[in-house]
Design a protein around this ligand. Sequence first.
Ligand SMILES: C[S@@+](CC[C@H](N)C(=O)[O-])C[C@H]1O[C@@H](n2cnc3c(N)ncnc32)[C@H](O)[C@@H]1O
Length: 274
Amino acid sequence: MNEVASFYGGSGGLVSAIGSALDRAGVDRSALRASDLAPIDEFHIRGRSASLEIIEALGLTAGSQVLDLGSGLGGPARTIAEQTGCTVTGIDLTPEFCAAATALSEWTGLAGLTSFRVGDATVTGLADASVDAVLTVHVAMNISDKPALYAEALRLLRPGGRFVVYDVLQGEGGDVRYPVPWANDPSTSFLATPAEMRGFLRGAGFEVVAEVDSSEESLAWFQAVRARIERDGPPPVTFSAFLGDAFAEMAANQVANLAERRIRTVMLTCRRPS
Ligand SMILES: C[S@@+](CC[C@H](N)C(=O)[O-])C[C@H]1O[C@@H](n2cnc3c(N)ncnc32)[C@H](O)[C@@H]1O
């Protein structure tokens, strides 16, 4: 298996592990809402609140066809579908995550609006100009060939459509402390600086219409999550379901990486010229 896919999906049995954890916590799976799953399926810094910002930035209408490149367990796709009624297709390298995303959409009644398939975001095989909007959330950190990723996003997007990139970028504070939730070490981690990221996006042919650095909010978000867990205990399922015991050290490193400005969280809103 690809090294990135085995990092995320190597443990096996993820769907049943999530189902059992929800059952143990007494959660009624037939009444599950997308937001109930945010502690496990919004697998990016600032969770569901970042997905709601992405919806605003994408400029969607009810009939929009949306593509999520690197869709993970499908949290952003379900949040978009639930909030807007749009149809969202997710592509992800990790088969285990696509299976979990499909199951979680069934459990939340969103299977009709969301679908997930295994694939490489740099070569999706989808048709030219076939979608109205594209997003990618905390994925490019694992992809060294960013020009290929952004060329693919441009090719798939209809002219005039929006592409929103919300990613972890290299900060000015020095090398990243590993492990982090996307890599155990630098061999599968390829962070671009904000200036490099702008260059890749413009080089692919996008107009960059907005750039928002949310690093301060990201640090506050980690602190709030930690305080909530200390007060209420952990939610029924967390990223530990697939990252295992290493997640605690990864989360601590993320706090240090943000506080020491080794990483930045940045959202870039782009447009394919008409
Ligand atoms: C940190 S997770 C983010 C998942 C999701 N975007 C979210 O925010 O909840 C990174 C995801 O990128 C996927 N990924 C990494 N490289 C990829 C590639 N070349 N093509 C498709 N997916 C990829 C991984 O399998 C993983 O699901």
